[in-house]
Design a protein around this ligand. Structure first.
Ligand SMILES: C[S@@+](CC[C@H](N)C(=O)[O-])C[C@H]1O[C@@H](n2cnc3c(N)ncnc32)[C@H](O)[C@@H]1O
Length: 235
C-alpha cells in the first residue's frame, strides 16, 4: 500500500490536515522522482513563469537577483538559467528537494525555510530584483498571509511573477474569498501594481488552465499585519 505521504503528493486534499513540516516531508520523500513525474504529466507552470520573467528583462539578465520561492528541485531555475539569469536563490522547506536542486548547480543560495507570513530575518528588505513562484500556491503550500513578506523582499520597481491555476482560487480553503481580495487590496493600497496576466490553458496534464501574474512592487517595506488582519476566516 502507498504511504500516506506519497498519496498526498498527488492528491492535494490529503494535505489539508497535514502540518507544514509534514508537507515538506512529503516532498523530501518524492524528491528523487519529482522531475520525471511532472515531466510525464506535461507540467508547464515553470516554463510560463520563466517566459514572463524573461520578457520583463529584455537586456542583461545575468545581474538580476532572483528569489525562487517554493523552489523544489529547481525546475523553474533551470528554465531561468537557460534564458541567461545567473543570480538565483531558492527557498523551500524540504531538505530532500534541496538535495535534488543542489545537483543542478542553478542556485547561489538555497534557504530551507517556509514562506508562511512570518518575517524571514535571513533576508534584508529589498534584497531581490525579482521573486518568482511556480506550482507553490496550492493546498498546504504558501498561504495568502505570505504575500506581504514576499513584497518586502523585492525592491521597488522589481518584479513578482507567479502562476496559479484557476481552480486554486475556489478549491484551496486558505485562498477562497481571501487570495484574490488580498491581491486586489495590495494594489489599492499601493503595495504593488499589476502589469498583466497571461492566460495559459495547460499548467499540467494538458489541462488545468490558469494565469501567470506579473506585479511590479511599489512599496516594499509595508506593515504586513495591516493586510493579514484584514483576511477573513479560512473556510
Ligand atoms: C509542487 S512543488 C513546486 C516546485 C517548483 N517550484 C517547481 O516548479 O517544480 C511545491 C514546493 O513548495 C514547497 N513548499 C511547501 N510549502 C511551502 C512554503 N510555505 N513556502 C515555500 N515553499 C513551500 C514544497 O516543499 C515543494 O517543494
Amino acid at each position: 500500500m502507498a504511504e500516506p505521504g506519497r498519496i498526498a503528493f498527488c492528491d492535494f486534499e490529503k494535505r489539508e490536515e497535514m502540518t507544514p513540516d509534514q508537507v515538506a516531508e512529503v516532498f523530501t520523500k518524492v524528491a528523487g522522482t519529482y522531475d520525471e513525474t511532472w515531466k510525464a504529466r506535461h507540467y508547464k507552470d515553470h516554463v510560463y513563469v520563466a517566459e514572463a520573467v524573461a520578457d520583463f528583462y529584455p537586456g542583461d539578465r545575468a545581474s538580476v537577483q532572483v528569489l525562487d520561492v517554493g523552489a523544489g528541485t529547481g525546475m523553474l531555475a533551470e528554465e531561468l538559467w537557460g534564458k541567461g539569469f545567473r543570480l538565483i536563490d531558492g527557498l523551500d522547506p524540504s531538505h530532500g528537494m534541496k538535495v535534488e536542486a543542489s545537483k543542478k548547480g542553478v542556485y547561489t543560495n538555497y534557504y530551507t525555510e517556509f514562506m508562511d507570513g512570518k518575517r524571514l530575518d535571513c533576508f534584508a528588505t529589498d534584497a531581490y530584483d525579482c521573486l518568482v513562484v511556480a506550482a507553490a500556491f496550492n493546498t498546504g503550500f504558501i498561504p495568502c498571509a505570505a504575500l506581504p513578506e514576499m513584497t518586502r523582499l523585492v525592491k521597488p520597481d522589481g518584479l513578482i511573477c507567479f502562476g496559479i491555476p484557476d481552480s486554486r482560487f475556489t478549491e484551496v480553503k486558505d485562498y477562497v474569498d481571501r487570495l484574490a481580495p488580498l491581491m486586489e487590496l495590495m494594489e489599492e493600497q499601493g503595495v504593488w501594481e499589476l502589469v498583466d496576466t497571461k492566460y495559459c490553458h495547460d499548467f499540467y496534464d494538458n489541462a488545468n488552465p490558469g494565469n501567470i501574474f506579473r506585479y511590479v512592487v511599489k512599496a516594499s517595506d509595508i506593515d504586513a499585519a495591516k493586510f493579514i488582519d484584514r483576511l477573513g476566516p479560512v473556510g
